[in-house]
Design a protein around this ligand. Sequence first.
Ligand code: PLP
Ligand code: COI
Length: 341
Amino acid sequence: MEKKNIDWGNLGFGYMETEKRFVSHYKDGAWDEGELTSDSNVVINECACVLQYAQTCFEGLKAYTTENGHIVMFRPDLNAERMANTAKRLCMASFPEDKFIEAVHKVVEANAEYVPPYGSGATLYVRPYMFGSNAVIGVKPADEYQFRVFVTPVGPYFKGGAKPITLRVCDYDRAAPHGTGHVKAGLNYAMSLYAGMDAHAQGYDENMYLDAATRTKVEETGGANFIFVTRDQKVVTPKSATILPSITRRSLMYVAKEYLGLEVEEREVYLSELEDMAECGLCGTAAVISPVGKVVDHGKEICFPSGMEEMGPITKKLYDTLTGIQMGRIEAPEGWIHRIC
Ligand code: PLP
Ligand code: COI
């Protein structure tokens, strides 16, 4: 199979239309079989629940070309499970988890020419999403839905790739206690846009959100969880009921313990502890592991000893091991790799 003639090495994290996408409709209490289509447009009623009341959710995962030329996806079962949990929280019809895996498989397979070659530094981002599609004017859930999947080849989420980034402690909240922070609802991202634009305008790469209730604990950023490395080489990640359960983070904690023999802790992390940390990183499907060099808390600079030039040594080991597993250089734990071809 010929790959598309794309400058893979210079891709940013952007949308590029590819050939095929999947669509399935939910009506009268059931999902149809679904199909691949070449039409990238979605036509819905002006009063569709998604347009009026933001009843929408999404997932994000990646497909990779491995060292020996296979195309694989990383842990799609966990995305299927998380989307079902999100759908439940948003009163949406949930898409069956086995059908979810089949759908993402089909879309990657149908767009194999867009899966970046091994070693190019790019990957194929897979975006499943779902929305309430029928007209709803009183505030209530829709009774018709579309589940869709498209793919787009992407490069690094943050410009500069593995260069450490700077965050600011944000005065806006991302998620309320007992709210929707733990699910992948579109509304969480809509309400982070203002804070994100404001951070960029002030010269920061991203926001560090704190827990809304006490504003003392580290939560996450707009699109990634945190991992920290303590000075005695423990890998620590914030535990909170209002952050998204990142699949990358869960995988990294396993890798840290089982592959690297490091001590790991999932616990509350106080902002006041950051000064004692040796390394900090953002982790997620899009972010992979993006090292954080500095956090600015209302003018006070917290600089991690790993500096602004490169990833800290433990972060680098985690990065190399995780990407090694994803690209087939390192043997994966049972069930982590879904082979397409
Ligand atoms: N946190 C938020 C708010 C996100 O949007 C994402 C991205 O999906 C993550 C964390 C990372 O999750 P994952 O590793 O499953 O991609
Ligand atoms: C992902 O990592 O898949 C996400 O959904 C994050 C998003 C901000 C791009």
